[in-house]
Design a protein around this ligand. Structure first.
Ligand SMILES: Nc1nc2c(c(=O)[nH]1)N[C@H]1C(S)=C(S)[C@@H](COP(=O)(O)O)O[C@H]1N2
Ligand SMILES: [Mo]
Length: 188
């Protein structure tokens, strides 16, 4: 399930871009070959949609987002990222959640290459967060400095900046005033 149409893949033009507050100060772009050069790995994860359905024990495989963070690291002040996909879909994540060893840039589900519907060629999977934090057709992320107000698709519509499925963090009004959290406009 997703918002909008399934994007058409243009492999020749496809890049994965890490920008915003990078350690180097410049944006880095990776092509598909660079992604496929990372170590291939697997994670079992449940999907928890914030609108309450769940799907259990899905077997995702692909590459650890943490490896990409190592290749294109953030400025030391960075605690948050905006992960973006085709068509303007994006999600706010904590850097810690992106760097979690279970967070994957997935290319396969249950041993099969992702279909276009499921997010091919690459989809972010963050097992412990609500599924809206995992953009299908992911194209990169921007590192955010403290105080940044960049919001993802659902965060702009009042959803939670962190989105921990086990704490049922669905809506922004549930957030405390922790200064490391982005405060969505609707909660100000
Ligand atoms: N690019 C993009 N990714 C997205 C979404 C979207 O609308 N666009 N929806 C999210 C939400 S809310 C859910 S529940 C899951 C649905 O994933 P599925 O289609 O594999 O079931 O995709 C997530 N990733
Ligand atoms: Mo969802």
């Amino acid at each position: 399930m997703h918002y909008g149409r399934v994007p058409q893949l243009r492999p020749d033009r496809w890049t994965f871009t890490v920008g915003g507050a990078t350690a180097s100060g410049s944006e880095q772009a990776f092509d598909m070959d660079a992604i496929h050069g990372l170590e291939f790995t697997e994670e079992l994860a449940d999907m928890h949609c914030a609108t309450r359905w769940s799907a259990l024990d899905l077997r995702w495989s692909g590459y650890r987002a943490a490896e990409m963070i190592e290749l294109a690291p953030p400025d030391p002040q960075v605690r948050e990222v905006l992960v973006f996909a085709e068509y303007g879909y994006a999600a706010n994540l904590r850097l810690d959640d992106l760097a979690s060893p279970r967070t994957l840039l997935a290319t396969h589900l249950d041993g099969e290459a992702l279909t276009a519907e499921r997010g091919a060629p690459l989809r972010l999977v963050v097992p412990h967060l609500y599924t809206w934090k995992g953009p299908k057709w992911v194209r990169g992320w921007n590192y955010l400095l403290p105080g940044a107000t960049d919001l993802g698709f659902w965060e702009e519509r009042g959803y939670h900046a962190h989105g921990d499925a086990w704490r049922q963090e669905r809506y922004a009004y549930q957030a405390d005033d922790a200064s490391d959290e982005i405060t969505p406009r609707s909660a100000r």
